[in-house]
Design a binder for this molecule. Structure first.
Ligand code: HEM
Length: 194
């Protein structure tokens, strides 16, 4: 969608090719597919927005649980500021929706944590865009349930995550890339199911 047009905004803090560049290239096709899938939800109507949140939660919740299980807080010290499980669960509750069955997610290796974080933190860029679509919704129930999409607004979490990624020394890049692919796959499957 707007990926190329908005490129500049995500290049803040980007100074040399490295892990981020590899992650981005390896997941570009998956991102395009996901963008198309998520764009098919009509976020301005109640049922469409609820299905979007359900699909997002079905992937986000098990991925964040796997991150915690793998000790993400030791690798990403501000993890608690980044976690969005509480936000999305609250949004679903506001829409009267149960938490959907979770997608199956494999345990994460240490550098798999970084690859998974790359995908989840990157999804904030899409969320920012989707929030503008939601802002046009006439149904007030939708606008009262945007804790997930607006999470971390103004905190420059993506930029600080990129700095964290670039500071990583001795990363097993294959592990990170594999986990990023698996994280995208979890979102794709969840969107298919929705
Ligand atoms: C309709 C839904 C979405 C839209 C419109 C969208 C849009 C965007 C845009 C505009 C960017 C900036 C691209 C760039 O500057 O190169 C971006 C980056 C990114 N998005 Fe999405 N996105 C969506 C959904 C998602 C989802 C659901 C995920 C992951 C679960 C995701 C993961 C990422 C990642 C990892 C990046 C960073 C790429 C990089 O390294 O520059 N996106 N997205």
């Amino acid at each position: 969608m707007l990926a190329e047009a908005l490129d500049v905004s995500t290049r803040v803090g980007y100074s040399r090719p490295g892990l981020r560049e590899r992650l981005r290239a390896a997941t570009a096709a998956a991102h395009r597919r996901l963008d198309a899938q998520f764009s098919s939800f009509d976020l301005t109507i109640f049922s469409g927005y609820r299905r979007f949140l359900q699909a997002s939660a079905a992937a986000l919740l098990p991925l964040e649980a796997a991150l915690v299980q793998a000790g993400v807080d030791t690798m990403v010290p501000d993890w608690l500021e980044r976690a969005r499980s509480t936000a999305i669960t609250a949004d679903l509750a506001r829409l009267g929706s149960a938490v959907p069955p979770a997608m199956t997610v494999a345990p994460l290796t240490p550098h798999g944590v970084l690859g998974t974080m790359y995908v989840l933190e990157g999804s904030r860029l899409g969320a920012k865009f989707l929030l503008t679509a939601v802002a046009g919704a006439a149904d007030p129930r939708i606008n009262a349930a945007t804790a997930y999409l607006s999470h971390g607004e103004g905190q420059r979490l993506w930029q600080s995550f990129l700095a964290r990624l670039e500071a990583e020394d001795g990363c097993d890049e294959d592990e990170a890339v594999e986990a990023a692919g698996a994280a995208f796959a979890a979102f794709e499957q969840a969107a298919d199911r929705a």
